[in-house]
Unconditional design. Structure first.
Length: 177
């Protein structure tokens, strides 16, 4: 009887070992971030195939940006002994299917508005991780990525509001005309 209580007592203490209020793992963040980034790479490829000239240019730039962000995410994840999944989550699959069903101006408008939405969601996800993630490499990565992501999101919002996108040099967010 005494052994049972001891085991239960140890089991109850385990969640507190990581520190009060500290998340147990950054894995849920990595799962979502990978899916969102990879989904944005996929819809950017779609934009290059189906979009008007400015949307094709934007798609090319977004594909480069999000591939690079995924590449940068691998190192801190590995250092924290975490893995990046190779599976898109439902929101990314649904967005791809919706955009793939469109063409012409309808595609361009839907791509720009959904891109603005997704970039804002990505900034929110990374902001939450930078503020509340475990104090390890993944958290530091998100804090370092945020300025670039915020600039991209602001420019995409401007483009979705009616400005023509004009991607700049490598690493720079696209600038509205």
């Amino acid at each position: 009887m005494q052994m049972r209580w001891m085991v239960v007592g140890v089991a109850l203490l385990v969640p507190f070992a990581a520190g009060a209020g500290e998340p147990a793992s950054d894995q849920p963040f990595l799962d979502r971030a990978q899916s969102m980034q990879e989904g944005l790479v996929d819809v950017a490829a779609l934009a290059q195939a189906k979009g008007g000239e400015s949307v094709r240019m934007l798609g090319e730039h977004m594909q480069r940006e999000h591939r690079a962000a995924l590449t940068r995410l691998h190192a801190p994840a590995a250092r924290d002994d975490l893995t990046l999944p190779n599976v898109l989550q439902d929101p990314e699959v649904e967005l791809f299917k919706r955009l793939d069903s469109l063409g012409g101006r309808a595609f361009d408008e839907a791509y720009l508005s959904s891109l603005a939405e997704r970039e804002a969601d990505l900034v929110a996800l990374y902001t939450d991780e930078a503020r509340g993630g475990r104090p390890h490499d993944v958290r530091a990565y998100t804090a370092a990525e945020l300025p670039r992501m915020r600039a991209i999101a602001a420019n995409v919002r401007a483009m979705a509001a009616g400005r023509t996108p004009r991607p700049q040099g490598s690493g720079d967010p696209p600038a509205p005309m």
